[in-house]
Design a protein around this ligand. Sequence first.
Ligand SMILES: Nc1ncnc2c1ncn2[C@@H]1O[C@H](COP(=O)(O)OP(=O)(O)OP(=O)(O)O)[C@@H](O)[C@H]1O
Ligand SMILES: [Mg+2]
Length: 275
Amino acid sequence: MTSAAMTGAAALLSVKDVSNRYIIRDRGGLGKKEIKPVLDRVNLEIQAGEICGLVGESGCGKTTLGRCVLGLIEYTGEITVDGIRQGSRGRNSAAKRREMAKKIQAVFQNPASSLNPVKKAGWLLEEPLRIHRAAGRAERERRVDEVLELVGLDSAYKRRGIDELSAGQKQRICIGCALMLRPKLIIADEPVSALDVSVGAQILNLFRDLHEQLNLSLLFISHNLNLVYYLCDKIAVMHGGRIVEQGPAERVYSSPEHGYTRKLLLALGEDDGQG
Ligand SMILES: Nc1ncnc2c1ncn2[C@@H]1O[C@H](COP(=O)(O)OP(=O)(O)OP(=O)(O)O)[C@@H](O)[C@H]1O
Ligand SMILES: [Mg+2]
């Protein structure tokens, strides 16, 4: 249990009764629409400095929950990040979006598609600071060097084009971009599933180091309970848009209470892949 949890301090991330549905419009011109409910009254808390893993099979709603937390899609319920209420898509003012960007950032599965291929790594790392007018030129350069070191790359990498980087180095640059505004929480959505096993393991260790050095909190989304157990303090198991079980990683992994968690653990014996 983290010290925040023991003292009862307010959670860094609080998700209360969050539900959502997608509206799929018929593109055939008949004006029909299909309503697809995904999240069903999800409750989740992450304390400052905690790594929470979110596991569940494909299509259960993990990415959707991440997108709600980032304020990218519509939902009902309440999400607060470091005491500030997150709005649904379009419901945050520009000032609130700027404030939120300093608290919460995201890293996605495919680093190649997250990075503009015609830019140099240094330019991409500076971009969040330029957009948020968070630092002058000299300070931006200093922060780029600092972040490159944090993600395990030397400062020469800022002059590299994106297509001159390996997949693992690209993901390090994505993580670096997410760190530039010094957020408290990162949503990492399957950040190693597009990487080779050994490269993925290095990225997992990088997350662990960043967590220790910066007291960074993580919502680590994966369908692989093994990876989540390795990295996380806490595990939340999602099934059909609901969190069916959550608790300390050790407890959920060694004595799962919910039948679906037991099924996931059994499946691990058959599929030892990365994800
Ligand atoms: N933009 C969208 N419009 C309509 N339906 C969507 C949209 N995005 C996701 N869905 C549907 O919502 C459900 C949950 O999708 P989501 O991407 O959150 O799952 P996931 O748990 O992240 O799966 P995976 O492990 O494959 O990434 C799926 O049935 C998916 O088809
Ligand atoms: Mg997903």
